[in-house]
Design a protein around this ligand. Structure first.
Ligand SMILES: CC(C)(COP(=O)(O)OP(=O)(O)OC[C@H]1O[C@@H](n2cnc3c(N)ncnc32)[C@H](O)[C@@H]1OP(=O)(O)O)[C@@H](O)C(=O)NCCC(=O)NCCS
Length: 139
């Protein structure tokens, strides 16, 4: 098996040429009692990463209105380099929907990125008074 081949049919690898919205290494304080990274920590980072793409598209602040789907495909371990990639997949009148994919690089000597989580979230654009505002045309 080459270094870049998936470890199993259920493992997706990433060439990861795009820049992630967020890249972070979880610490021991982020673990659950079983010793894996707490799912709530991952959800929080996914929400932040999704908002990066949404606010760029909305050109305003945004709030999360819905987590449409969220799949934990593989556990995350302390010390993994975790990268969050976010991409706008739909824009409505006031809302922006974003896909977030999460990959880990576990072994610095063999930096294969494995997909661990995927999610779809919807954000609503707000003006400075906290009212919904229209999504501007794409630049
Ligand atoms: C987000 C919020 C401003 C929306 O206000 P609202 O008057 O209920 O909004 P609407 O029902 O008009 O929906 C606004 C947009 O969100 C979309 N939306 C609302 N509920 C949704 C859901 N469950 N799933 C997907 N999209 C949804 C609507 O389709 C609409 O999109 P469009 O304008 O592009 O067609 C309001 O619900 C709110 O403040 N929620 C709390 C946000 C928050 O605290 N988030 C957590 C911290 S960031």
């Amino acid at each position: 098996m080459s270094d870049n081949a998936p470890a199993s049919p259920h493992v997706t690898t990433c060439t990861c040429e795009n820049q992630p919205a967020l890249r972070v290494v979880p610490l021991p304080a982020d673990l659950n009692p079983a010793g894996d990274v707490f799912g709530g920590w991952i959800m929080s980072m996914v929400d932040i990463a999704g908002s990066v793409a949404a606010r760029r598209r909305a050109r305003s602040r945004v709030v999360t209105v819905a987590v449409n789907s969220f799949v934990f495909k593989q556990p995350v371990s302390v010390g993994d380099l975790v990268s969050f990639y976010s991409k706008v997949v739909a824009a409505g009148k006031t809302s922006v929907t974003v896909d977030v994919e999460v990959y880990v690089e576990r072994n610095p000597e063999n930096a294969v990125a494995l997909k661990v989580t995927e999610a779809k979230l919807t954000y609503v654009a707000l003006d400075r008074h906290g009212n919904k505002r229209a999504i501007p045309p794409e630049e």
